[in-house]
Write a protein that binds this ligand. Structure first.
Ligand code: BG6
Length: 508
C-alpha cells in the first residue's frame, strides 16, 4: 500500500478535532509565568485563529485589583513578550473576554466567585463552556486549589469537559509526589489531569518523534550495536535571576533533570508506539524509565556529579557566584550544575551510557542530544588517510539554531587520500522559513482539546522521581563543600570522571 494510504484508523482525525468553546481559568494569573508565557501564548493563539470561536479567560490571584486593571496588565505582558507584535483588533477582542477574581487560594469565597464568573460567561453566551483550570502557582498550593475546586463542585460538570493543567514541579520528592498524585486523583480523573513539562511543547522535541518514526533510515542503527554513547545537554548561560527563593529549594536536578531532561531521554530511547494516542506514547515512555535502575547510595558517587557556579563572566560582564546571588544563603548546598551517567537496561540499550548534564551560568545556552556512533570496525586507508576519521555523530539541536546534523567522514579534495568530518545539516530556520509557535501555545491548545500526549501521566512522573530521589537523598547526607565551576565556563572538571575512557564532553 502506498505510504499516503496507510492512515492509522486509530489516530485519524484525532489531531484536528474542533476545539469546544472554553473558559481558561489561570490560578496565579499575575505571576511571572502568566506574564511572560501564558498570556502571550493565548494572544498568539488568538492571532493565529487557533483559539476556539468562543473563548474566555479568568485570572485568579492575590492582588486586589479590578477586571480593568488586570486587562491593562495583560495588555502590557502581551505587548512585551508576544512573539508577534500585537494586533490591536485581536488584542482588544481577546481582552473583552478577560475577567479577574482577587483573593487568596485558601479563601472559599474565591471559589464561589469563580463559579459565578464561569456561570455568567455561560449564561451570557447561552452555551456551556468547557473549563480548563491552569495551576500556575507555587507548588505548595496545588493540593489546596485542587481540593477547593472539588469542594465547590467545580471539578466536573454534567454538560462540559473540565480539565486541570498543573505546572511543574509536580512534587519535590518521591514521597511528596506519592501524596500529591492521590490528592489530585481524588478530585479529578486522570483523564482530566494535564501535568505540564513545557519541553514537550517545543517543536524540536516533537521533531524527535518525526525524525525517529517517519524515517526508515535510523531504526536499524538505533541500538547498542551501533550507538556508542549519548550526551544530552541543557546548558544555560543565565544565572538564577530573581528566583533564589524557588531555586535554592530546588536545584538543577529537580529543576531540569527530573522533568525536561528525562523526557528528552525517553523520547530518544522509547520503542515505536502502536499509535500516537496519549496512552500508547506514554506507555512506551514509562517503559524506558522503568528500565533505568534507580541509583543507590553506593552508585550515586559514580553516576552523579553536582556543582555550584562561582563568580565569572557572562554576557561580557562580571557576574557573581551562586552564593553571592541575592536571596541565596551563604552556606547553600544547592547544585546549579548536574551531570549524570544513566543506562537504559533493556534489549535495545543495555551497556550504552547515556550522559545528562545541565547547569546555570555555563558558557552558552544550548539544548542538544548528541548520539555518538561506534567507530568503523576496520580502517583500510593508509596512515595519512585514517588520521581524520571520526565516528559519526548525530546531533539534534533543540535550541538555539534548531535542527539536526550528521557528521560524516569525507575525502578532502586533492591528489591524496585524506579524510575529515563534514556535516550534513537540516536547519528549521532555512527549511521551513516560518516561526515556530512557543511551547505553551501548543500545550494550552492540547489541554483545551483534551489531548494528553504531550503531558506527563501519573506513573510517568513517579518513574522520573524514582530515578532522581535516591540521588537527592544521598546528596542530603553529604555536607562537604560542593565542586565549583566559574560562571561562563563549560562546567566542573569533576564531570569528566563520569565518562568512559576515550570519551569527551562536547564543547559548550
Ligand atoms: C524551567 C526551569 O522549567 O525551564 C528554568 O525552571 C529553566 O530554570 C527553563 O531556565 C529552561 O527552559 P527553556 O525553554 O528556556 O529551555
Amino acid at each position: 500500500m502506498a505510504i499516503a494510504e496507510q492512515v492509522n484508523p486509530l489516530v485519524e482525525g484525532l489531531e484536528r478535532l474542533p476545539v469546544h468553546p472554553t473558559t481558561l481559568a489561570i490560578f496565579g494569573g499575575t505571576g511571572d509565568l502568566a506574564h511572560r508565557k501564558l498570556l502571550p501564548a493565548v494572544y498568539n493563539l488568538a492571532h493565529e485563529g487557533a483559539l476556539p470561536e468562543r473563548f474566555n479567560l479568568i485570572a485568579i490571584a492575590r492582588s486586589d485589583i479590578a477586571h480593568d486593571d488586570y486587562r491593562s496588565m495583560a495588555r502590557e505582558s502581551i505587548s512585551q513578550y508576544s512573539r508577534t507584535p500585537p494586533d490591536e483588533q485581536v488584542l482588544s477582542k481577546l481582552l473583552e473576554q478577560v475577567r479577574y477574581v482577587p483573593g487568596s487560594f485558601d479563601d472559599d469565597s474565591v471559589y464561589a466567585r469563580l463559579g459565578e464568573e464561569l456561570k455568567q460567561f455561560d449564561d451570557e453566551a447561552g452555551i456551556v463552556f468547557n473549563r480548563v483550570f491552569y495551576l500556575s502557582t507555587a507548588p505548595e498550593f496545588f493540593p489546596l486549589i485542587v481540593s477547593k475546586l472539588g469542594e465547590h463542585g467545580l471539578s466536573d460538570h454534567d454538560d462540559a469537559e473540565v480539565r486541570v493543567v498543573i505546572e511543574k514541579p509536580f512534587g519535590t520528592s518521591l514521597a511528596e509526589l506519592r501524596e500529591l498524585n492521590p490528592q489530585v486523583l481524588s478530585v479529578f480523573d486522570e483523564k482530566q489531569v494535564f501535568r505540564i513539562d513545557h519541553y514537550l511543547g517545543k517543536e524540536t522535541v516533537q521533531n524527535m518523534l518525526a525524525f525517529r518514526f517517519a524515517n526508515g533510515l535510523f531504526e536499524p542503527i538505533w541500538n547498542r550495536n551501533y550507538i556508542d554513547y549519548v550526551q544530552i545537554t541543557a546548558a544555560e548561560d543565565v544565572g538564577i535571576g530573581r528566583r533564589a527563593g524557588y531555586y535554592d529549594q530546588s536545584g538543577a536536578l529537580r529543576d531540569l533533570v527530573q522533568n525536561h531532561m528525562l523526557q528528552l531521554l525517553t523520547l530518544l530511547c522509547m520503542e515505536p508506539p502502536v499509535t500516537f494516542s496519549a496512552d500508547d506514547v506514554r506507555d512506551e515512555k514509562v517503559k524506558v524509565l522503568h528500565a533505568i535502575h534507580p541509583p543507590t547510595d553506593e552508585t550515586v558517587p559514580n553516576i552523579a556529579v553536582r556543582a555550584q557556579y562561582t563568580a565569572g563572566m557572562a554576557e561580557g560582564k562580571d557576574v557573581p557566584g551562586y552564593l553571592e546571588e541575592e536571596g541565596v544563603p551563604d552556606d547553600s548546598h544547592t547544585e546549579t550544575y548536574v551531570a549524570l551517567r544513566l543506562e537504559v537496561d533493556n534489549w535495545r540499550w543495555a551497556g550504552v551510557p547515556i550522559y545528562l548534564r545541565t547547569g546555570k551560568r555555563l558558557a552558552r545556552k544550548i539544548t542538544e542530544i548528541a548520539v555518538q556512533l561506534k567507530p568503523v570496525p576496520h580502517l583500510a586507508f593508509q596512515a595519512e588517510g585514517s588520521v581524520g576519521v571520526q565516528p559519526n555523530q548525530l546531533i539534534m539541536t533543540m535550541q538555539p539554531n534548531e535542527g539536526v546534523s550528521l557528521s560524516l567522514g569525507a575525502k578532502i579534495p586533492g591528489t591524496r587520500m585524506r579524510i575529515r568530518p563534514v556535516n550534513m545539516e537540516f536547519l528549521y530556520g532555512t527549511a521551513f522559513l516560518s516561526q515556530s509557535p512557543e511551547a505553551y501555545e501548543r500545550l494550552i491548545m492540547d489541554a483545551m482539546r483534551g489531548d494528553a500526549t504531550l503531558f506527563t501521566r501519573d506513573d510517568e512522573v513517579e518513574a522520573q522521581w524514582r530515578i532522581c530521589d535516591p540521588i537527592l537523598q544521598e546528596w542530603s547526607h553529604e555536607d562537604g563543600p560542593l565542586p565549583t565551576y566559574p560562571a561562563g565556563s563549560a562546567g566542573p572538571e569533576e564531570a569528566n570522571r563520569l565518562l568512559s575512557e576515550g570519551q569527551r564532553w562536547r564543547a559548550i
